[in-house]
Unconditional design. Structure first.
Lengths: 592, 240
């Protein structure tokens, strides 16, 4: 490197106008250039942004993709989910360990490689998958690994160009009205401009469009509240932080239908009286950023973004992409806002709601990628067309990301009201033992519930649909999900920060066959407390994998219960290991 | 301020509140104690501990960050909320290391006092026994991270009251911890023993050196009256 690190960092800071709300961009650039963010870099960032080092560390240390300690120049992150494990991720991991001479979590002594697990990277339909730098590798098998490692060693830098298995299937298996049919790139906004902004909101309201992230808040009402809220600026934010394990439908939308999404954002921009839209793109999808930027540039050239959109005087609107840095919690809308502002992604207390005070404390509507795609189609085809699909309370269709034990994993667009059984038939998963609806934060259903319907009034879902066939260990899957929430809890509030760890410990005892009936009751009570007392949706749903399997698979728990009335959580040998070592004696075996 | 008072009910008791008050402030003024840990009357609320969670119009919300509103129906001292709050206190006890019998704050510690008030006997959950270091680099203050409950009081006090930004969080989830604005520890910061941040710690994480036993054990704040008594003493003219 020719120039001093501090000068390079100063350049990054200058590029964002020394705007401290762009801290994440600066940190990502430092991470990419130097491999980690050391104390000197923290100091340089603090000086350049006019902040205290402790504030920089507060934000930077929060994100999984930002490191304070040096790691390997090439980061190999293997997707760790129940689906990837089913598809053989453990064997792939072993192959990587062998090829690199490392164990998971380690960095090679020459600083070339770090091998580690990562939370779901949005490739559940093509697991085992890995993230290497910004490259995504899919459907890995152990025999692929030597060639991958050889290619990485050859390329020597952290951004190799050609890697085996670096292809991502689009994933669309079944298109419905939202995703089929020819479409002009400006169909939504052109139709919207024939109406007043209030009429646009009226149309969205009449279509009964509800948030596709899973919570189901009426989009028309959200837009109306935002439009009416007083503020200097109004913002539309596209939540593309698709982090729920098992979901990848936004990946499909952003890679195959980006114009539909941006068209929807532009419609929202017009309806809200907004000049600025933001896409919060999860860090795992960094590989999509360049193509999305190209689409945005093209739309600017065609007069679909920028000033005087479609020739309309006074309608100026543009879109910026903000890349996340590896934090599931940032899919929660208020955490997303904090992260957009360059801070740690800790949720905010409500009120005030984002519609009143959101991004930069201004009125903000935050909508899921799919919701915005729906909004564009509603403008194009009308509210009546949209309400022609689905049920009374859930109009339209839903994109489902289906993965696991089924013959045809991928994205399915189905009308609301579709039963789980009908879906299982469609995807070739009729012998399912357990269907995890809406990811770990949703519910684990057993066969008795397969007649239920995908709809806000019955089974609400963000789209993640994981199928586990006969013979899969449902309790071990629940434990993996409990572990996921330990990794992804933001730590801000007590019940979620501590409760998720305690729940995981409880579940470990169950899976190991040492839990008693009293342990089960205690774990149930703890889970209920965490649900009632947590600050945001993450904590409120973190006990779901355990609570819902307890309700729906009681026989599995019963079969795993210890017969004794009490078994200690403590393993005596583990507890005494230090003492035994100090005393230089042989450990006394249990029961002896 | 200065607008006409409005009314809300807490556990069936009607109280008055004014615009701008949070639920916890309105209740404090009326002499109704809502247990709390991270809230401090001189600081912006932050909603970390969730102890003050009440059921407000049917939904659980932290009283410190919820604006009081006319006609609110608030449940506070119900058996369920008390049990949930006790569970949170237990979580904090097992998360850090809190050896009350030999802790310098015993009798003056809000965590300990809430344990007593909420009826905690011994935590049912397993202790984590984290290995955390003491920061004794400052001449007048030491930081005992074992006791830290991540309430963010010192962070807020330093930023807002002292104008210094000495403290911040680091990491996330169960690994989150309190951090200071210098690589070499508190001694390298501008922290002073007279700072607001040095006096707001509810436990014994931030401790002033050579000052600990001026008031002997047995005669301290919560040795003589349960936590919340000073608020409840204000409750006059209301049905008990």
């Amino acid at each position: 490197m020719s120039s001093e690190p501090s000068a390079v960092i100063a350049g990054y800071i200058q590029a964002v106008g020394a705007d401290r709300t762009r801290l994440l961009d600066v940190a990502a650039a430092v991470q990419a250039e130097f491999g980690h963010i050391d104390d000197a870099a923290v100091h340089a960032m603090a000086v350049g942004l006019g902040m205290h080092p402790v504030e920089i560390e507060d934000a930077v240390s929060f994100y999984a993709f930002l490191d304070r300690q040096p790691r390997g120049r090439i980061r190999i992150r293997l997707s760790k989910t129940p689906i990837s494990f089913i598809k053989g991720a453990r064997d792939v991991a072993r192959a990587f360990e062998q090829a690199l001479g490392l164990t998971l979590g380690e960095t090679s002594p020459d600083g070339a490689f770090t091998l580690e697990w990562a939370s779901d990277i949005g490739m559940a339909d093509q697991e085992p998958a890995a993230l290497i730098g910004q490259h995504v590798l899919t459907t890995l098998a152990p025999e692929d690994v030597p060639a991958i490692v050889a290619a990485l060693r050859e390329s020597a830098d952290s951004a190799p160009t050609a890697l085996p298995k670096a292809t991502i299937r689009s994933g669309l298996v079944h298109a419905g009205p939202l995703l089929s049919g020819p479409r002009e790139r400006d169909a939504g906004i052109s139709a919207a401009l024939a109406l007043t902004p209030d009429q646009v909101i009226e149309e969205i309201t009449n279509a009964k469009l509800r948030g596709r992230g899973g919570a189901g808040f009426p989009t028309g009402m959200k837009w109306r509240l935002t439009r009416r809220a007083v503020g200097q600026d109004h913002y539309i934010v596209c939540n593309a932080d698709e982090g729920e394990p098992g979901t990848f439908k936004d990946r499909l939308l952003l890679s195959e239908f980006p114009d539909l999404v941006f068209d929807g954002m532009t419609v929202a921009g017009y309806a809200l009286g907004s000049r600025q839209g933001l896409v919060y793109l999860r860090g795992e999808y960094a590989y999509l950023r360049d193509s999305l930027q190209a689409v945005l540039a093209d739309r600017r050239q065609r007069g679909l973004l920028g000033t005087r959109i479609c020739g309309r005087d006074g309608f100026d609107f543009d879109i910026r992409i903000q890349l996340g840095a590896g934090a599931y919690i940032c899919g929660e809308e208020s955490s997303l806002l904090e992260s957009l502002e360059g801070k740690r992604g800790a949720p905010r207390d409500r009120p005030p709601f984002p519609t009143e005070r959101g991004y930069l404390r201004q009125p903000t509507a935050i909508d899921n990628v799919e919701t915005l795609a729906c909004a564009a189609r509603i403008m194009e085809k009308g509210a009546a067309w949209f309400t022609g699909f689905g049920t009374k309370e859930s109009s339209g269709t839903k994109l489902l990301s289906v993965a696991g034990d089924c013959s045809h994993p991928g994205v399915y667009e189905v009308p609301f009201g579709t039963t789980v059984n009908a879906l299982l038939d469609m995807v070739g998963g009729a012998d399912a033992q357990c269907v995890q609806i809406s990811g770990p934060s949703g519910q684990a259903l057993s066969a008795k519930d397969f007649g239920r319907r995908i709809a806000y009034e019955d089974l609400p879902t963000g789209g993640s649909t994981m199928i586990f066939g006969p013979g899969r260990d449902v309790l071990d899957i629940a434990l993996q999900f409990a572990d996921f929430f330990v990794d992804e809890s933001c730590g801000w509030c007590t019940p979620c920060r501590v409760g998720t760890t305690l729940l995981k410990q409880g579940m470990e005892k169950v899976v190991s066959g040492r839990a008693t009936l009293a342990d089960m009751r205690q774990m149930d009570a703890l889970g209920q407390t965490v649900m009632r007392m947590s600050r945001c949706g993450l904590g409120q749903s973190a006990p779901n994998p355990i609570i819902s399997t307890m309700r729906n698979f009681p026989e599995l728990y019963e079969a795993r219960l210890a017969e004794a009335a009490f078994t200690p959580r403590l393993n005596l040998n583990d507890a005494l290991r230090d003492a035994v070592q100090v005393q230089g004696r042989a450990p006394v075996t249990e029961g002896a | 301020m200065g607008t006409t008072p409005f009314r809300l009910t807490v556990d069936g008791v009607e109280i008055e509140a004014i615009e701008g008050q949070s639920v916890i402030e309105a209740c404090d003024a009326a002499g109704i104690y809502i247990p709390r840990l991270c809230h401090h009357p001189d600081l912006e609320p932050s909603g970390n501990c969730r102890i003050c969670t009440c059921t407000i119009n049917g939904r659980n919300a932290a009283a410190c960050v919820t604006p009081a509103a006319h006609g609110m129906v608030i449940e506070n001292a119900t058996p369920l909320l008390t049990a949930d709050r006790r569970a949170l206190i237990e979580m904090l006890f097992v998360e850090g290391n809190h050896p009350c019998p030999y802790c310098v704050a015993s009798g003056d510690c809000e965590l300990q006092a809430l344990g007593y008030r909420l009826g905690m006997v011994a935590p049912l959950q397993p202790y984590r026994w984290p290995g955390r270091k003491i920061d004794a680099t400052h001449p007048d203050i030491y930081l005992d991270h074992d006791r830290c409950i991540l309430c963010s009081r010192c962070i807020r006090a330093s930023r807002m009251e002292d104008g210094k930004t000495i403290f911040g969080f680091e990491g996330r989830g169960i690994a989150m911890r309190l951090n200071v604005d210098a690589e070499g520890g508190l001694g390298e910061t501008q922290m002073a023993a007279i700072d607001k941040a040095a006096s707001v710690c509810p436990v014994a994480c931030i401790v002033i050196k050579r000052d600990s036993y001026r008031v002997p054990n047995g005669e301290r704040r919560f040795d003589t009256a349960p936590i919340g008594s000073e608020i409840e003493a204000k409750r006059k003219g209301l049905p008990r």
